[in-house]
Write a protein that binds this ligand. Structure first.
Ligand SMILES: O=C(O)CCC(=O)C(=O)O
Ligand SMILES: [Fe+2]
Length: 220
């Protein structure tokens, strides 16, 4: 299951990120994956800029109730700004199961792309996610983010005009199994939306099911 989170980054976040991006240095994205045959993009490579930009993006995720309800985040790898100039792409690939971060390994259960460029400023460059039952393409509004299961095969299509700028991160969820995570998310959403219409007794029964399933399927 996918979720587009609109307005995840506020105006101040976007302004600060833009300032950071304009002055930071970028290097060939192969530094994080030298054996990749399909990766052709640029990574921000500037310690101070990386720390500042990743803090802004991590805080935006943490304050989003929509994100927390969907992802059950346990660990979030520091988000990294990447850019794609005209002609660049990242061909079909699976994400690595474990990402190294300063705070130790993060199992990638959920992948996230923050859209840091207005979509009218570039052509091509959609995030294309391939699934057995169909294809999905995402090119979000500036300040939005897409979260999707890291288990999918996906690619960034070639940028044919302008420049694509995004932030990327990987999230370890308290509920590793995407099917269980989705069931819990659905149950919690319905309970939150309909709770006020139920008798107090039935709402307590639903809450018991929610918590006991989470206890069974979740990790701390
Ligand atoms: O830029 C994106 O939207 C996704 C990039 C990606 O798939 C990755 O870094 O593994
Ligand atoms: Fe990826």
């Amino acid at each position: 299951m996918f979720k587009m989170i609109y307005g995840l980054l506020n105006g101040q976040d976007i302004k600060e990120l833009r300032e950071i991006i304009e002055t930071a240095t970028f290097v060939d994205g192969k530094i994080s994956n030298p054996h990749s045959l399909v990766k052709d993009n640029l990574h921000l490579n500037d310690e101070e800029a990386y720390e500042r930009s990743s803090t802004i993006m991590t805080n935006a995720l943490l304050r989003s109730e929509e994100f927390r309800a969907f992802a059950f985040p346990r660990k979030i790898a520091p988000p990294l700004v990447t850019r794609y100039n005209k002609g660049m792409r990242y061909g079909l690939h699976p994400d690595m199961a474990f990402m190294q971060s300063v705070d130790g390994p993060v199992r990638s259960d959920i992948s996230c792309t923050f859209f840091l460029q207005d979509p009218s400023k570039y052509e091509g460059g959609a995030l294309h996610i391939k699934q057995a039952d169909g294809h999905m393409r995402f090119k979000g509004e500036l300040g939005s983010a897409i979260v999707y299961p890291s288990t999918t095969l996906h690619e960034v299509e070639e940028v044919t005009k302008g420049e694509r700028i995004v932030g990327i991160t990987f999230i370890e969820s308290q509920v590793a199994d995407p099917a269980k995570r989705e069931l819990l998310y659905e149950l919690n959403e319905v309970a939150a939306l309909e709770g006020a219409n139920m008798s107090a007794e039935n709402f307590t029964r639903i809450q018991t099911v929610q918590q006991n399933l989470f206890r069974r399927w979740g990790e701390c």
